[in-house]
Design a binder for this molecule. Structure first.
Ligand code: PBG
Ligand code: ZN
Length: 321
C-alpha cells in the first residue's frame, strides 16, 4: 500500500512538502483616489474599500505600510470628464497628483498607474468615440500621454488596461522618447469582457454610458486568443503580462504560464472580491480560509503577482503564522 498520508501527519511536514507558497512581496493593493477634500467614501459593493481624497490618503498609506504590502495600483477619479478624457493626461490630474504625493512621502512604495480613459471620459469608454465606435489608432496618442505624465510624476510601473491594439508598442516608444527607459510596463494582456467588473465601475465611476466593452475586451470563450494577446504585448515591449479576471480564468493563467517566460500577474477583480465579502459577512463561509485558498489557487495556476483588494488582510494573516 502507498501511504500518502505520511506527508500529511502534521503542519510541519505538510509545509515541508508544500509545492506552492505565497509571499507578501507578491501582492498588489489597488486604491481609489478622488478629487475633493476630506473624503473617505465606502464603496457599497466592495466592503472595506474606500475612495479617498488626497488629504485623507495618508491614513490608508500607513495602513498599507503597516501590512508590509509594498506595491499599490492607483485609480484616479476626476471631477471633470469630457469626450477625450483630458484629465487622464493632465499633469495636474488626480492620478498624477496622487502619484507625486505618494512618491514624495513614501518613495519605498512601488507605484503602479492604471492607464485607461474610461474613468475620465464622459461616455465611460476606454477610447475615443466616433459615431458610436471606439477608435483604436486615435486613442493611442492619448494613452501614451497619460503614460508619460504618470511616469513623470514618479510611477514605477505603467499598466495599460484599455485593450487597444498596438498600445504597448506606442506607450513603450513614448516612454523611451522621454527617457523613461526604466519604467516598467505591466500589460493587461488577457483582459476579458467580464461581468465581474461591476463593483469596480461603482468605485471608479467608469461604467460605459452606452453599449459594452465587447469590441475591445476579450470574449470569455477564448484561451488561444489570450496567448496571442500576451505574445503581441511581449513583442511590443511588455515586461509583465496579466490575466484578468483571475479565479474564473485559472486555466488561462495556467496556459499563459506554460506558454511564456515572462512574469504573470493575476487580477483578482472587484466582483470576485465582492462575492467573498458578501458570503463572509453573512457567516456562510470562513473569510480567511476562503481567501487564502483563492490566493494559493492563483499561485498554483502559475501567477507570480496577485493584484487583490484582499491584499492587506492576506499580508496580515501571513504575518500571524
Ligand atoms: C479600467 C479598468 C477596469 C478594471 C481595472 N481597470 C474596469 C473595466 O475594464 O471596466 C476592473 C478592476 C476590477 O473589477 O477590480 N479599464
Ligand atoms: Zn477602461
Amino acid at each position: 500500500m502507498k501511504r500518502r498520508r505520511r506527508l500529511r501527519v502534521n503542519e510541519t511536514i505538510r509545509s515541508l512538502v508544500r509545492e506552492t507558497s505565497l509571499q507578501i512581496s507578491e501582492l498588489v493593493y489597488p486604491i481609489f483616489v478622488m478629487e475633493g477634500e476630506n473624503i473617505k467614501n465606502p464603496v457599497d459593493s466592495m466592503l472595506g474599500i474606500y475612495q479617498f481624497s488626497l488629504d485623507r490618503l495618508e491614513e490608508e498609506l500607513l495602513r498599507i505600510l503597516d501590512s508590509g504590502v509594498k506595491s499599490i495600483l492607483i485609480f484616479g477619479i476626476p471631477s471633470h470628464k469630457d469626450e477625450l478624457g483630458s484629465e487622464a493626461y493632465n499633469m495636474d490630474g488626480i492620478t498624477q497628483k496622487a502619484i507625486r504625493f505618494i512618491k514624495s512621502k513614501y518613495p519605498e512604495f512601488i507605484v503602479i498607474a492604471d492607464i485607461c480613459l474610461c474613468e475620465y471620459t464622459s461616455h465611460g469608454h476606454c477610447g475615443v468615440i466616433k459615431e458610436g465606435k471606439v477608435l483604436n489608432d486615435e486613442t493611442l496618442p492619448l494613452l501614451s500621454k497619460m503614460a508619460v505624465t504618470c511616469a513623470k510624476s514618479g510611477a514605477d510601473i505603467i499598466a495599460p488596461s484599455d485593450m487597444m491594439d498596438g498600445h504597448i508598442g506606442a506607450i513603450r516608444q513614448a516612454l523611451d522618447e522621454h527617457d523613461y527607459i526604466d519604467t516598467v510596463i505591466m500589460a493587461y494582456s488577457a483582459k476579458y469582457s467580464s461581468g465581474y467588473y461591476s463593483p469596480f465601475r461603482d468605485a471608479a465611476h467608469s461604467a460605459p454610458s452606452f453599449g459594452d466593452r465587447k469590441t475591445y475586451q476579450m470574449d470569455y470563450g477564448n484561451v488561444k486568443e489570450a496567448i496571442r494577446e500576451i505574445k503581441d504585448d511581449i513583442d511590443e515591449g511588455a515586461d509583465i503580462v496579466m490575466v484578468k479576471p483571475a479565479l474564473a480564468y485559472l486555466d488561462v493563467i495556467k496556459t499563459a504560464a506554460l506558454e511564456t517566460e515572462y512574469p504573470i500577474a493575476a487580477y483578482n477583480v472587484s466582483g470576485e472580491y465582492a462575492m467573498v465579502k458578501a458570503a463572509a459577512i453573512n457567516g456562510w463561509i470562513d473569510e480567511k480560509k476562503i481567501v487564502m485558498e483563492n490566493m494559493v489557487a492563483m499561485k498554483r495556476a502559475g501567477a507570480n503577482i496577485i493584484i487583490t483588494y484582499h491584499a492587506l488582510d492576506v499580508a496580515n494573516w501571513l504575518k500571524e503564522k
